[in-house]
Design a protein around this ligand. Structure first.
Ligand code: GCU
Length: 369
């Protein structure tokens, strides 16, 4: 098991050994790291479409039970070129008023895990609550193969499902930003488990996202390959059970995780200095709660480099795997704090495992910018 307790790679060292000294250096290092992580782990990333069309299909009358919000249904059509396109449905609850409103966007509509009480709370906080179904982009069924959805639009590419779903978040944002009542500076994205992995990827790719909320995201998300807690999901598990989410170029690293040119602290750091909250559960051992704390601590160095330590938060609750109402509430508190300066009643940097030594020994260089 010791092989899985190796030092996390220094994020401030380029592949050629050069070091980061300034913000400009970090921007170059970030792109290098992003290419490495996406190419190796997620099979690359789908290209941006040539155009995105939004067609409103239905706007409901004010709904009393949702604080008189309207419910809007749109068809979003993304054209790869003049012949190839993919469409999906975007729904959102629109609060009363002129806006511009902040937005909470989730692609986990397939799981319907935002209760009516949570939707109401989000509206009462003054947000648009937007939902799409990431499995309309590509299915979450390996046996369906690559003949449908975005896979069929780009048969020559090898991106996996996580990349495709993250691309869906970006297109939903394209669509939302066609509306004048959307506040373009205040877009938050949320996802749970495989959806939590997805929002980390979306946040790494899209700087229009102001706040990322990755709930119980585990291996391939906020987890850690080099630092595995008891019963946590390993790289071998990923590649055996969910090869369609990842890229087969990861397979040779099974049992040699310490040779990977990255670990998941790097994925978190790609979002810096924008806000990121990872939400975990102590008994969700499969999602590697101690490993997620190790990646948090190492990613903190990048936030520290920017002088933005408060923008990286984590939250551990009692219990097991799930996207609970409490998780949504904590996330909304974090989003309100980060985007609107509303003082939270929780601390998002508390050490959940005080006896655990860090998995990194390097630290943020002095920012010479
Ligand atoms: C499986 C998988 C996890 C994933 C989870 C989910 O348990 O191994 O990596 O996060 O499904 O998405 O619910």
């Amino acid at each position: 098991m010791d092989i899985l307790k190796h030092e996390l790679p220094d994020l401030f060292v380029f592949a050629n050994g050069d070091r980061v000294h300034s913000v400009a250096d970090w921007h170059r290092r970030r792109l290098e790291l992003r290419n490495i992580i996406f190419d190796l782990q997620y099979g690359g990333y789908p290209p941006s479409p040539a155009s995105v069309k939004v067609q409103e299909l239905c706007v409901s009358s004010p709904m009393k039970r949702f604080a008189n919000a309207k419910y809007v249904t749109c068809k979003v059509t993304c054209m790869a070129d003049s012949d190839r396109a993919i469409s999906f449905i975007l729904n959102y609850y629109l609060p009363v008023g002129e806006g511009p409103f902040p937005v909470v966007l989730t692609g986990d509509a397939c799981w319907r895990n935002a209760s009516d009480a949570i939707i109401l709370e989000i509206l009462q906080r003054g947000y648009i609550m937007a939902l799409f179904n990431r499995v309309e982009i590509v299915p979450d069924m390996r046996r369906v193969g690559r003949s449908t959805g975005l896979y069929a639009v780009y048969p020559e590419l090898e991106f996996g499902a996580l990349s495709a779903w993250a691309w869906g978040y970006q297109r939903a944002i394209d669509a939302l930003l066609t509306k004048a009542y959307v506040n373009r500076e205040q877009i938050a994205v949320v996802g749970h488990s495989r959806g939590g992995k997805t929002v980390l990827l979306a946040g790494a790719m899209d700087e229009r996202i102001a706040v990322v909320g990755a709930n119980n995201s585990g291996a391939g998300g906020a987890g850690c390959y080099r630092w595995q807690g008891p019963k946590s999901e390993t790289l071998a598990d990923n590649m055996k059970k969910f090869p369609d989410w990842y890229c087969e170029r990861m397979t040779p690293f099974i049992g040699k995780e310490h040779e990977l040119p990255f670990d998941q602290h790097g994925l978190k750091a790609l979002i810096a200095p924008r806000a990121l909250l990872t939400l975990e559960a102590y008994d969700d051992l499969w999602a590697n709660p101690t490993g997620t704390w190790q990646t948090f601590r190492a990613a903190q160095e990048v936030y520290r480099f920017f002088g933005k330590e408060a923008a990286l938060g984590t939250w551990y609750r009692a219990g097991g795997h799930g996207h609970t109402e409490a998780d949504w509430q904590i996330f909304m508190e974090f989003a309100d704090w980060q985007m609107r300066g509303i003082t939270p009643s929780h601390i998002f940097t508390q050490n959940p495992f005080p006896d655990l030594p860090p998995a990194h020994t390097w630290s943020a260089p002095v920012n010479e910018s």
